[in-house]
Structure formats: structure tokens, C-alpha cells
Design a protein around this ligand. Structure first.
Ligand SMILES: [Zn+2]
Length: 264
């Protein structure tokens, strides 16, 4: 069957030859597919509007000899509001890059697809603060790609941490640890660990309900981004779209005010 229809999100493109563009699609049905949108950079190409990052739609592919070509595309959503807000655009770029890197060719990961889909939806049309959505995204991201942190018991000795007054977090072990096992680990608040646990359990469709107190944002960001950077070579680069934005904002804010909590 050389023709197949997939539901996908464009997570990356590379211009190719004079007028082509190779699209990476994170698809619901088959994981990542790289497909050539032939001639799409010609001004009147019907494929041009769909050959852009963040586009969600249906793609009809022609596949022969391991190569996929986009035959037709129908856009369901281009998440246009992202282009009108620098912070939301930066957060979406990091999320998209992380999803792209974790997606495997022809390896279906429905949760990864929906995680990115709802992240882009809520960054575009939702109410939640982009920082909170991003923390929720990172918590769920670790879970859906198989790196769910251990949060309620010590990952080293198994001790139940729920009644411990003091808890720590170990990036290298990917989980919480008790005081006796805390060498090389950070002291963290139990509230942050509970927040990660709840965000992991939250339905994708409810991600927009996440609301995190200023007091814990920095700590959560440190744990979650540290975890992503520890496990994946691509982590720092993918996170940089958003972290660079936040650093710039902090520089600007520090010049105009001295109070206020910042993520980094
Ligand atoms: Zn322990």
C-alpha cells in the first residue's frame, strides 16, 4: 500500500534541493516520519502552508523504497497565536524540540503525540502561565518516554518519604532520596515532589489547570530541567529556546525592579 494517511505535527524541517523541504512529522499512528514535501517552497505550492513547524493536520503520504513523500496535506490547526507571544513561542519551540528528539521512526508513542498536541493547544489558547505549562510538560515528558522519577520513597533504600521531615533529590538516580542516602543530592521541598507527582498524573486535557506558586517554580525547574539534561544529550539545546528567553527577561526585569520571583 504505497499511500497512507497519518495525523501528524510538523516538528522540524530541512530545506532540500531547490524547492523541496523534508518534514519531520510526529504522527499519532506511526511515531516519527520524515517525508519530502516536494516543491513546497514554490510560492503557489498547495503544500507550503502545511510545511511549517507546529502545523497539526492530516498528511497523505506516498511511500516507496523507505522514502516518504507528502502527497497532500490538510491543516487542522497551525497554532497561530504562538507567533504573537515571544514567551509562548519559546516554550513551544523547546517542547517541540524535546518531542522531536524523543520520537523514533515508525515507533508509535501516542502519549508523546498527545502531550505535544495539548501543550501547543494550551500555549496557544489556554489560561495557564507558560512557565507552569512548561513544568507540567517536563514532568509528563519524563514519564511518557520512560524516565518517571521516583517521588514518594527513597530511590536508594526504599524508605517511605511521606513522613520524613527532610527530603532530597538525586538527578543521577532520577528520584527522591532520604537523608541517609543524600550524598550528592539536593535538599528539596516535599511540595515540589508532590507537584511533580500530581502533574504526571494529570490528564493531558487538564494540563491547562496547572498553577504553581512562585515559591516552587525555581526549584521545580531546577529538578526537571536538570533531569532532562542529565539523561539526554539533546536536553540542553532543546531547553535553550525557553531558558534563553527567560534569562533575557530576567536581565530586563532586574534592571527595572528588584523584587519578584524568577524561574531561573
Ligand atoms: Zn534512603
Amino acid at each position: 500500500m504505497p499511500y497512507s494517511k497519518v495525523t501528524g505535527i510538523v516538528t522540524r524541517y530541512v530545506d532540500y534541493k531547490e524547492n523541496d523541504r523534508i518534514l519531520s512529522l510526529l504522527t499519532l499512528e506511526r511515531g516519527r516520519i520524515d517525508a519530502n514535501a516536494r516543491g513546497c517552497r514554490r510560492p503557489k505550492s498547495p503544500l507550503l502552508p502545511a510545511a511549517q513547524p507546529f502545523v497539526y493536520g492530516e498528511f497523505e503520504l506516498y511511500v516507496s523504497k523507505d522514502r516518504a513523500t507528502v502527497n497532500q496535506a490538510s491543516i487542522q490547526e497551525s497554532f497561530f497565536p504562538l507567533r504573537e507571544d515571544a514567551e509562548r513561542f519559546a516554550a513551544a519551540s523547546s517542547a517541540m524540540q524535546l518531542a522531536h528528539e524523543a520520537s523514533q521512526e515508525e515507533e508509535k508513542n501516542t502519549d508523546l503525540f498527545y502531550l505535544l498536541y495539548y501543550m501547543l493547544t494550551f500555549l496557544s489558547y489556554g489560561e495557564a502561565a507558560p512557565q507552569d505549562l512548561f513544568l507540567c510538560y517536563l514532568s509528563k515528558y519524563l514519564d511518557v518516554i520512560g524516565y518517571r522519577p521516583v517521588l514518594t520513597s527513597c530511590i536508594q533504600c526504599g524508605r517511605d518519604l511521606r513522613s520524613e521531615p527532610e527530603v532530597f533529590y538525586s538527578i543521577s538516580a532520577c528520584g527522591a532520596v532520604c537523608p541517609s542516602c543524600s550524598t550528592g543530592a539536593w535538599a528539596v521541598s516535599k511540595t515540589s515532589l508532590e507537584a511533580i507527582r500530581r502533574m504526571i498524573l494529570l490528564d493531558f486535557r487538564d494540563m491547562d489547570r496547572v498553577k504553581i506558586s512562585d515559591r516552587f517554580r525555581g526549584e521545580l525547574f531546577r529538578i526537571l530541567s536538570g533531569q532532562v539534561e542529565h539523561f539526554f544529550d539533546y536536553g540542553t539545546k532543546a531547553l535553550a529556546y525557553y531558558t534563553d528567553f527567560l534569562k533575557q527577561i530576567r536581565l530586563i526585569e532586574n534592571k527595572t525592579q528588584t523584587n519578584g520571583e524568577n524561574l531561573l
